[in-house]
Design a protein around this ligand. Structure first.
Ligand SMILES: Nc1ncnc2c1ncn2[C@@H]1O[C@H](COP(=O)(O)OP(=O)(O)OP(=O)(O)O)[C@@H](O)[C@H]1O
Ligand SMILES: O=P(O)(O)OC[C@H]1O[C@H](OP(=O)(O)OP(=O)(O)O)[C@H](O)[C@@H]1O
Ligand SMILES: O=C(O)c1cccnc1
Length: 483
């Protein structure tokens, strides 16, 4: 894992202890060269949404590139008195040698799709489970939440204000990164610009206003310091009776006289719809129709939607705690499951059964495809195939549960979504810069039908299986039931 600025950070020991005890067990049973395939996938979209946004691949790459046990790690593990000397020696010389495929950051993703696949010696592929899950789960959760909030704002800028309420410093930094992928225009987090080139922006705190004897003195001092960039917080005492009148006076006296236009005001409490409409009128009447109104205060996608329905006159939103913690649903729930092993170079698909049909895994080495309608460019369906299959010009998609529901699709182009990022332990993928990922995310979401985008009861986007994969799964289900 990289520290946010790309500085290397060895997080090899950030793994669940059972990965190491199993590793020791595989080693004792001479299974260290056994090749296994693991898939990461998630089961449901947070907040009942229609899709999620993939994020975290960059940090996953940085983590995998740094995998190695230090002498201190080995000494620590040896003191557990659980592992024999040969295994500790194996760890001492450990080098990551797996192949890894991942869906690019910013791509809309759907339940049950393989979004990361790892192929390699079982001990290695198992060891990386914890960090793969925590990295992709966290950033995909925040990117997905941010994107909901951004869509609710209907083109108005959303700035991520959450660092102070994030769960830990890495929650703040990588959360800011994920929020930007999801469409936020900037972050209040300074390090997010230094390390990720996310525009760091800010207004002022109530403490600034409180420091002065009078609100107007606080505004004056700020305007004199930043006449070209003057945005005033107007709700410390009374928005309509003092905050806005004082702001208007200071804009006239300290900003306009210096040849600048005021940037805006921020309202951080009270009835945002009501206050913003009143504020807009007061600013317009005072000759400042270009002065922007930014609002904040425990916002989320539902409040934003609601206050816009009420006709709020808002230009941008500052959103903190409910975004950076994905408060309404703080778990992404991605899992990492063994799907195949190799025996003498032959891939043997494996399945995990469950009473709960939705929890039965998809066996085998696979590829994920998205079919786009030619012309409109709209996404028709995703298809999960075995890795060596191709999708031709005419393709029959069918519902994997209600298999009689079939449709022959033509006039589409198919895109592979699982891209190789590691080849035998070497990174073979150049992650795009963050702005490119943000643009790609927006474009890809535009390929989804509105029915998939809505917040309430979104349409279930089709994620189908190829006939070959369906057959493999069916055969394993039958075989397992007689075991
Ligand atoms: N017009 C509105 N419609 C729906 N929700 C709103 C509207 N205006 C504000 N809200 C939301 O209502 C909640 C009000 O929060 P809160 O109870 O803290 O009130 P407050 O006015 O901010 O009080 P305080 O001065 O203590 O901060 C916030 O989540 C805010 O975003
Ligand atoms: O509500 P959120 O969505 O998390 O948005 C961030 C909040 O953080 C700040 O308040 P805070 O009380 O921390 O500081 P302040 O003194 O500047 O108001 C800011 O004024 C927002 O209300
Ligand atoms: O710049 C701001 O206005 C800001 C920053 C962090 C949290 N709340 C507000």
């Amino acid at each position: 894992m990289g520290d946010a600025d790309g500085k290397r950070m060895n997080l090899t020991m950030l793994t669940d202890f059972y990965e190491i005890t199993m590793g020791n067990g595989y080693f004792q049973n001479k299974l260290q060269d056994k090749i296994a395939y693991f898939d990461m996938f998630f089961r449901r979209v947070p907040d009942g949404g229609g899709f999620a946004v993939m994020a975290g691949v960059e940090q996953l790459i940085l983590y995998l590139q740094e995998l190695s046990f230090t002498d201190a790690d080995i000494e620590f593990l040896s003191k557990k008195n659980l592992f024999n000397e040969e295994f500790l020696n194996y760890l001492r010389h450990f080098r990551f040698s797996c192949d890894v495929w991942a869906v690019p950051e910013g791509t809309p993703i759907f339940p049950n799709e393989p979004i990361v696949t790892v192929r390699g010696p079982i001990i290695e592929a198992q060891l990386v489970e914890t960090m793969i899950l925590l990295t992709i789960n966290h950033q995909s959760l925040i990117a997905t939440k941010a994107n909901r909030i951004v869509r609710a704002a209907q083109g108005r800028a959303v700035v991520e204000f959450g660092s102070r309420r994030a769960q830990g410093y890495d929650g703040a930094m990588f959360g800011a990164r994920a929020a930007f992928i999801g469409g936020c225009a900037g972050s209040a987090c300074t390090i997010a610009e230094r390390d990720f080139a996310i525009p760091a922006v800010g207004t002022m705190a109530h403490s600034w206003v409180q420091t002065f004897d009078h609100e107007i003195d606080a505004f004056r001092a700020y305007a004199r310091t930043y006449p070209e960039n003057c945005l005033l917080l107007v709700d410390t005492y009374n928005v309509l009776k003092s905050g806005i009148p004082n702001a208007i006076q200071v804009f006239n006296e300290e900003v306009v006289t210096r040849g600048f236009r005021p940037k805006g005001i921020r309202i951080d409490s009270g009835d945002i719809a009501y206050l913003s409409k009143k504020a807009r009128k007061m600013l317009d009447d005072a000759g400042f129709p270009d002065c922007k109104i930014l609002v904040s205060n425990s916002l989320d996608e539902y409040i934003i939607r609601d206050i816009l329905v009420q006709g709020a006159e808002v230009d941008s939103f500052g959103v903190g705690e409910r975004l950076i913690t994905s408060k309404s649903e703080p778990v992404f729930g991605g899992v990492y499951k063994l799907v195949a092993i190799e025996d003498n170079g032959q891939v043997i698909p494996k399945i995990k059964l469950s009473e709960n049909v939705e929890k039965i895994t998809l066996p085998g080495r696979k590829q994920l495809w998205r079919l786009f309608e030619q012309g409109s460019g709209k996404a028709i369906a995703d298809v999960i195939t075995l890795a060596d299959e191709t999708i031709d010009e005419t393709y029959v998609i069918f519902d994997p549960v209600h298999t009689w529901k079939r449709k022959t699709v033509t006039g589409f182009f198919a895109k592979k979504l699982l891209i190789q990022i590691f080849d035998k332990g070497t990174c073979v993928y150049k992650n795009p810069d963050l702005k490119t990922i943000q643009n790609y995310c927006r474009q890809q979401i535009e390929t989804l039908w509105d029915e998939v985008l809505r917040f309430e009861n979104p349409h279930n986007y089709y994620v189908d299986l190829s006939q070959a994969l369906w057959d493999v799964r069916e055969k394993l289900l039958v075989d397992c039931s007689v075991k």
